[in-house]
Design a protein around this ligand. Structure first.
Ligand SMILES: [Zn+2]
Length: 198
């Protein structure tokens, strides 16, 4: 699927849909989500297009996409994912135009062990040399740590919320997905290395 050059602008909901479906399906089939877990969004002007609360990312249709304001509430706001506050904060504080929030198992397990995940494989070292763990040792909850996550994503491509999951940013959903997958592969390797050497 071709990437829109330089991010999203002027696309309609149906233009967005293919990107959401591809990334949602990839996350689900690669074991980085439960049936109703995770959320995706893109920025378009002063609007955010985000998955609906309770949607199944592996099986998205157009009615699962909600368009609402980045700064302003409207009738659609209450339909959006429970993580809307975090997505809004990221768009308010960074120049990025796409966000993938997933629950990759190995990355989430690693978040219980350290405040900073440091990949050891070549791809991880190159693209995500240091991954902050947000809210270490604090019970996670929907929409929590919006300021901390958006701040960390100004200088890091991805963060992991303690015992919860990842937030990755990019100019396109495909880019944010690629970073999420890289994180999970790096953490899977770290996890296996720990098992084999201890
Ligand atoms: Zn989540």
């Amino acid at each position: 699927m071709p990437l829109p050059p330089g991010g999203y602008s002027g696309e309609t909901m149906s233009d967005f849909l293919t990107h959401f479906q591809t990334v949602g399906s990839n996350l689900y089939t690669r074991n980085m989500l439960s049936m109703h877990g995770g959320n995706l969004s893109v920025k378009s002007g002063d609007k955010i297009c985000i998955t609906r609360s309770g949607s199944q990312l592996g099986y998205l249709s157009e009615s699962d996409l909600v368009l609402t304001g980045i700064d302003k509430e409207d009738d659609n706001t209450k339909l959006a994912s429970s993580e809307l506050a975090i997505h809004r904060a990221i768009y308010q504080n960074t120049p990025f135009t796409a966000i993938v929030h997933a629950h990759p198992i190995h990355a989430t397990v690693m978040s219980t062990l350290t405040e900073k995940i440091v990949p050891a494989d070549e791809g991880g070292l190159l693209f995500i040399p240091e991954v902050p763990v947000i809210g270490f040792n604090v019970r996670p909850g929907p929409g929590k740590f919006a300021a901390e996550i958006s701040q960390a994503l100004t200088t890091h491509a991805v963060v992991v919320v303690y015992r919860h999951g990842s937030f990755a940013r990019g100019m396109t959903l495909d880019e944010a997905f690629a970073i999420t997958e890289l994180l999970e592969i790096s953490c899977q390797m770290l996890y296996m290395e720990k098992l084999l050497t201890h």
